[in-house]
Structure formats: structure tokens, C-alpha cells
Ligand binder design. Structure first.
Ligand SMILES: Cc1cc2nc3c(=O)[nH]c(=O)nc-3n(C[C@H](O)[C@H](O)[C@H](O)COP(=O)(O)OP(=O)(O)OC[C@H]3O[C@@H](n4cnc5c(N)ncnc54)[C@H](O)[C@@H]3O)c2cc1C
Ligand code: FES
Length: 271
């Protein structure tokens, strides 16, 4: 994974340009963050101070979804108090945004396709990557999973840049009835690709399954972890995850600074 520790982050005071519900309990927020927009790379995130209402001390991390000129967007799901308050912030409300943070996905340069696997809001972490892959002429397949039809995200955005999308929903209301990882396994089983590159983000269980499938088919996979965060600056150790350093040993690494992107097979899932 690419980790440029000398890269600079910017703590910007900005205002919301738009903040709209794009699917059930999911919002797309747009704001002007010129320096972040200029330096953002696929997989990197921002740490957002939500000062709407009392009592939220910690910032919340969100991946940079798109970059358009001086503006960035983030696509987020309402999970708890912070994201609920964020969803209530109107156009023009002030926002403090720190970024870009974290390492970045390695772009494949191979002739084999890239397969993006996004579960729920996890697909948000793969959109900037999707655009970069397409700009580099890499054939890219999108696998998008959701709980149900009304929560499906990013399909139009992916298709608009020439990505073929396969869908799975837990209740079968659209696409395959089951997990998006079923489609991944099926795809790898029935293609003659030699070694596609898998990129994934989503719930912990989905990422563990992606890792197993990648190992079974002996294909490389990069995953973006979304552990809870405190400082996002490498100081509090609140975000660590176990990372294999050799066959028998692992160490805890910080998702905010060593990650959020890791080689899937380096993560120890059963600690
Ligand atoms: C690098 C990174 C990038 C992310 N990018 C996105 C994104 O693009 N879009 C998006 O929707 N979300 C993203 N997330 C997750 C997002 O940061 C959390 O959903 C958000 O911080 C929740 O804040 P809250 O105040 O609403 O919930 P809280 O009130 O803080 O928590 C509510 C409940 O959810 C649990 N919870 C909170 N955060 C997490 C988490 N990260 N993992 C598991 N459980 C959690 C808590 O334990 C609690 O039970 C990202 C996380 C990381 C670390
Ligand atoms: S969030 Fe504090 S070290 Fe990662």
C-alpha cells in the first residue's frame, strides 16, 4: 500500500454546499475543500468535526467519495449520534474537515481486471479508486451489496464511468438474493482471468469472507478497514487491528496511519 508519511494534511473550515439523502439513511455531502481535493488519493479519508448541537467531542472519519475541482463529497450512512446530526445540517452550515488522511490503494497496472466489492456504505471507499482505475484504462467490475433495494448505493455513479455492476441484497429485493461475496466467488470460479485484483470495503464479516475467497482462488486483495477512530493522527491507538508480520506472529497496526488500506491476507481476522 502506498503510504507517504511526508504528505501534508489540511484542517479546513468550510461550509456545506449540499447534503442530500440519496438512499434510505444514506446521505451525500458536498463541500469546498480545495487543498484536500488537490491532494486526495483513492482510499484516503477525512476527519470531520460535527459541531451541530452539543456534546460531540470526537471527529468522525469518512472516505473521500469524489473530487470535483475544489470540491469533495462524502457518502455516509446514519449509524449513531454523529451521523444523525450530520444528516440534519443544512446547506451553508459550517464544517471543519481534516484531510486527506491515511494510506492509499495500490492501483493495479495489470491487463487483468479489477473487481470492486462494496458492502453497504463500504462502497463509498471505492469510488475514487474506481475513477482512477478507469482513467488508467483498467477494466473494472463493481460488486455492490446492500440490505435491500432502498439502501443500494453508487450503482449509477459506477455505471456512469463505464463499470459493469452486479448487485446482491440480503432480502433479494434486487439482484442476487444473498451476499455480495457469493457473486465474487462465482465470478472467480467461472472466468478465465489469471490474477484479477480485488478491492473491498464493507462490514468486518464481509471483509473476512473476501479474504478467504481471495486466498482460495490465489488472487491478491486490498481492503479498506473502517475501525472506530479517536484521533486519526496515530496517537490514541484506538483504531488498531492485528496485522500479520510473518507466519507465526502479528502486531497491532493503526488503521488511521498504517491503513486504512491493507493487504487482505495480512489481517488476522480471528483474534
Ligand atoms: C477510515 C474510515 C472511513 C470511513 N468511511 C466511511 C464512509 O465513507 N461512509 C460511511 O458511512 N461511514 C464511513 N466510516 C464509518 C463512520 O466513521 C462511522 O459510521 C461513524 O463514525 C459513526 O459515527 P456516529 O457518531 O454516527 O456513531 P456513534 O454514535 O459513534 O456509534 C454508534 C454505534 O455504531 C458503532 N460504530 C461506530 N463507528 C463504527 C465503526 N467504524 N465500525 C463499527 N462500528 C461502529 C458504535 O460502536 C456504536 O454502537 C468510515 C470509518 C473509517 C475508520
Ligand atoms: S485513531 Fe488514534 S491512533 Fe488511530
Amino acid at each position: 500500500m502506498r503510504n507517504d508519511r511526508s504528505a501534508k494534511s489540511y484542517d479546513l473550515h468550510t461550509a456545506i454546499i449540499s447534503n442530500e439523502e440519496v438512499a434510505e439513511a444514506h446521505y451525500l455531502l458536498r463541500c469546498e475543500c480545495d487543498e484536500i481535493a488537490q491532494h486526495a488519493r483513492p482510499g484516503q479519508f477525512i476527519h470531520v468535526m460535527i459541531s451541530h448541537g452539543p456534546g460531540l467531542l470526537l471527529r468522525r472519519p469518512f472516505t473521500i467519495y469524489t473530487v470535483e475541482g475544489r470540491e469533495i463529497t462524502m457518502l455516509y450512512q446514519i449509524i449513531g449520534e454523529g451521523t444523525k446530526r450530520l444528516s440534519e445540517m443544512p446547506k451553508g452550515a459550517p464544517l471543519q474537515v481534516l484531510g486527506p488522511l491515511g494510506n492509499t490503494f495500490n492501483l493495479t497496472t495489470k491487463s487483468e481486471p479489477a473487481v470492486l466489492v462494496g458492502g453497504g456504505a463500504g462502497i463509498a471507499s471505492l469510488m475514487l479508486l474506481a475513477a482512477a482505475l478507469r482513467e488508467n484504462g483498467i477494466e473494472t467490475i463493481g460488486l455492490v451489496g446492500a440490505q435491500h433495494h432502498a439502501r443500494l448505493l453508487s450503482v449509477v455513479d459506477l455505471e456512469s464511468i463505464g463499470i459493469t455492476v452486479h448487485i446482491a441484497t440480503d432480502d433479494g429485493s434486487i439482484g442476487h438474493h444473498g451476499y455480495i461475496t457469493d457473486i465474487l466467488a462465482n465470478l472467480l470460479k467461472h472466468t478465465d482471468w489469471h490474477r484479477p485484483m480485488i478491492y473491498a470495503c464493507g462490514p468486518h464479516g464481509m471483509l473476512a469472507t473476501v479474504t478467504k475467497i481471495a486466498a482460495d482462488f490465489e488472487v491478491p486483495a486490498q481492503i479498506a478497514m473502517e475501525n472506530r477512530m479517536g484521533c486519526a493522527m496515530g496517537v490514541c491507538l484506538g483504531c488498531v487491528c492485528p496485522v500479520r508480520i510473518d507466519t507465526n506472529n502479528f502486531e497491532y497496526q493503526r488503521v488511521c496511519t498504517e491503513g486504512p488500506v491493507f493487504n487482505a491476507t495480512d489481517i488476522v481476522w480471528d483474534v
